[in-house]
Design a protein around this ligand. Structure first.
Ligand code: GRF
Length: 207
């Protein structure tokens, strides 16, 4: 099978990147990570990429004169590697409209909650799990969704529930959710690799 050429954008530790890479290596994901980009020079994700011989790029606003120049640098890097799909994995910067337009329906994000709850600007990291616990939710979960021009508002591709336990703290809930993230992101990417996803309005048909 032809391997889907994926770019991963990450700002942090990169455990989702690591699980995607592992799945490409053990054959459960018919894709190849051809590029990893981070806005943070010290991101663990860049280190993980380098250790797997994947081109690793640090791109941030300060390196460029204008936001448009930064966008161009992203688009050039994607073109150079013939990127077919972009996977955001803990990438904390907003993606510009021009990049979103260029990769319409070909850019995914993973969010550690059941959207549309507990999403939007400023909802990231441990704050999400704290908010879920503060609300008293009995379940949380994971959403893999398409990226559109707002925060966390794109069409959901896959969602999975994760139970909230009575004695959960934000950290214990985050760990339980993260474990599912690692599985569901690979599953979602595989659906794209097998060309099984059809988007009809806001509905996702899995063929
Ligand atoms: C994950 O919880 C992901 O859902 C969120 O950021 C976190 C990234 O974790 N968007 P990692 O860098 O992949 O370990």
């Amino acid at each position: 099978m032809k391997l889907l050429r994926v770019a991963v954008l990450a700002s942090g530790t990169g455990t989702n990147l690591a699980s995607i890479l592992a799945a490409t290596q053990n054959g459960t994901l018919s894709a190849r990570v051809v590029l990893v980009v981070s806005n943070k020079v010290e991101a663990g994700a860049l280190e993980i990429a380098r250790n797997s011989n994947v081109p690793a790029l640090h791109l941030s606003r300060e390196q460029f004169e204008s936001p448009e120049d930064l966008d161009q640098a992203f688009l050039c890097a994607f073109k150079e590697q013939n990127v077919e799909l972009i996977a955001l994995a803990g990438y904390l910067k907003k993606i510009s409209s021009s990049i979103i337009r260029e990769y319409k329906h070909r850019m995914l994000n993973i969010h550690p909650a059941l959207l549309p709850s507990f999403g939007g600007k400023g909802m990231y990291g441990i704050k999400i799990h704290q908010a879920v616990l503060d609300y008293g939710c009995k379940v949380s979960g994971v959403t893999v969704h398409l990226v559109d021009e707002d925060y966390d508002s794109g069409i959901p591709i896959l969602q999975r529930c994760v139970p909230v336990e009575q004695d959960d703290r934000p950290k214990t809930l985050a760990a339980r959710v993260l474990e599912q993230e690692h599985k569901i992101y690979v599953e979602a990417l595989q659906l794209f690799a097998e060309n099984k996803i059809e988007i009809r309005g806001r509905q996702v048909v899995i063929n």
